[in-house]
Ligand binder design. Sequence first.
Ligand code: CO8
Length: 258
Amino acid sequence: MGFVLFEQKDNIGIVTINRPEALNALNSDVLAELESTFDAINLDEVRCVILTGAGQKSFVAGADIGEMSTLSVEEGEAFGKHGNDVFRKIETFPIPVIAAVNGFALGGGNELAMSCDIRICSDNAVFGQPEVGLGITPGFGGTQRLARIINPGKAKELIYTASNIKAPDALALGLVNAVYPIEELMPAAEKLAGKIARNAPIAVRACKKAINDGLQVGMDEAIVIEEKLFGSCFATEDQIEGMKAFLEKRKVEKFVNR
Ligand code: CO8
């Protein structure tokens, strides 16, 4: 135990991968703890999650190469599935997850960051999918998510060449939304999470679902997904209060998540 830490600050949950001696590399135990940590988040209280790595050098330097080195075909597939299941849980987690990438985000580390809704990073961050240099493909969704988040041709170049890129290039490619000096990264992540957490939580959740689900289907179907979620907001106290406050020319005091 102790490979993943959790802290709650008001309505914000902070999940920290805590294996700094191995640059927070993901072995089976880390993956299992990451999953149980997300499962334990109190969704009545927490409205946004920040995911980061312990220390100032690495977010996650990939899946654990030592553990992977002796896997059979079946075990490799099972390890890939374990990671994919956990990352998909994060991607479809009901509330937004911000990756605060504090250093290396290589292989499974970049894949983990890409499973989050929003990525911001420190100026020492390094991103890449080095797998083909190790004789494997990306196995925790890298071939799929990188080609969807950035230009597919650039994703192919990065994956085929196993090249790493630094923070300014990640920003230019749209892989991250912003770059900060390392000491400003978590304050910036908390500020962003706080801004999200102050909005109507049910509406924010519905937006996440609409965007995620809508991106998987054609526009005709996607727009219906939005219609349904939009409609569902009118059953909430927060919709009544949000609109009432506007009409009464005052600020919403507090959204109640109902
Ligand atoms: N796995 C295991 N241990 C690691 C990893 C890793 N991915 N990365 C770093 N470590 C360990 C090192 O072995 C070292 O341990 P020790 O002190 O016991 O020797 C410690 O962390 C510190 O690392 P370094 O001494 O290497 O630190 P440097 O600052 O010199 O280098 C680097 C930092 C450049 C990040 C370097 O550590 C490195 O290249 N790491 C590996 C990066 C990598 O290739 N990651 C991708 C792995 S493959 C992957 O993630 C596939 C995901 C999908 C899997 C699907 C399975 C089917």
